[in-house]
Design a protein around this ligand. Structure first.
Ligand SMILES: Nc1nc2c(c(=O)[nH]1)N[C@H]1C(S)=C(S)[C@@H](COP(=O)(O)O)O[C@H]1N2
Ligand SMILES: [Mo]
Length: 220
């Protein structure tokens, strides 16, 4: 898997670790009380910022593979063509990034995580998933969060193929959690009986990351 790759240690990574230590951006306040849709401490943006470790892995749709393994009855290994031959979903959802920007009404196409679960059949004792990405990034989710009804493995945004900088060919989208849980350049989904904190989760970020509860940092 991607475990053999050392994720890059950039200045941004060190800055964000510092923010976690300092509790930066924690307000406990609703920014726009009239707007029930915006979580506390967030502001709206119309553009779509790019945030990652600074390395875009060069994975074309032809070379892309998805590996689903661990505590499952039926491991899955798909090419892009096999992946898109699965039942397709279109979900519209909001993005909430822990660095305080939110973006409304993103239209995603892809495979609902519930369909993936139907295909791989998590074992009775599976409780967590860890996402592994082609840039060496990892992030962890409780199985219930991964299985949210609006969560999907997205290959398109606004009806267009997901761009490289936003995680194409395929990224995860879990709208009800901060966006760092939505792994770009998705390579593998590992099902686990024990939780395994990912890249940001071991660097001071909250293990769950619910924007409505302002779960930004592990101390929150
Ligand atoms: N593979 C990978 N996925 C990732 C990241 C990353 O560095 N690598 N960064 C996360 C963070 S911190 C955020 S805020 C979002 C940003 O997604 P965007 O660049 O499409 O806005 O991707 C998340 N998924
Ligand atoms: Mo982020």
């Amino acid at each position: 898997m991607s475990d053999d790759k050392e994720p890059p240690d950039s200045k941004l990574t060190r800055t964000k670790e510092k923010w976690a230590r300092e509790g930066r951006f924690l307000t406990g306040k609703i920014t726009r009380p009239e707007d029930q849709r915006l979580p506390p401490g967030q502001h709206l943006t119309k553009d779509w910022p790019v945030l990652d470790l600074g390395v875009v892995p060069p994975i074309s749709r032809e070379r892309w593979r998805l590996d689903v393994y661990g505590a499952v009855e039926t491991p899955v290994f798909w090419t892009f063509a096999e992946f898109t031959a699965q039942k397709q979903a279109r979900f519209t959802s909001d993005i909430h990034c822990v660095t305080t920007w939110s973006r409304y009404d993103n239209v995603w196409d892809g495979l609902a995580t519930r369909e993936l679960l139907a295909a791989c059949q998590p074992r009775e004792d599976a409780r967590f998933v860890t996402l592994h990405s082609y840039d060496g990034y990892t992030t962890n989710l409780a199985l219930e969060d991964f299985a949210a009804e609006d969560a999907l493995l997205a290959h398109s945004w606004s009806g267009q193929p997901l761009t490289e900088e936003h995680g194409g060919p395929v990224r995860l989208v879990v709208p009800h959690l901060y966006f760092w849980k939505s792994a770009k350049w998705l390579q593998a989904i590992e099902f686990l009986t024990e939780d395994a904190p990912g890249f940001w989760e071991v660097r001071g970020y909250h293990n769950r990351g619910d924007p409505w509860a302002e779960q930004r940092y592990s101390s929150d």
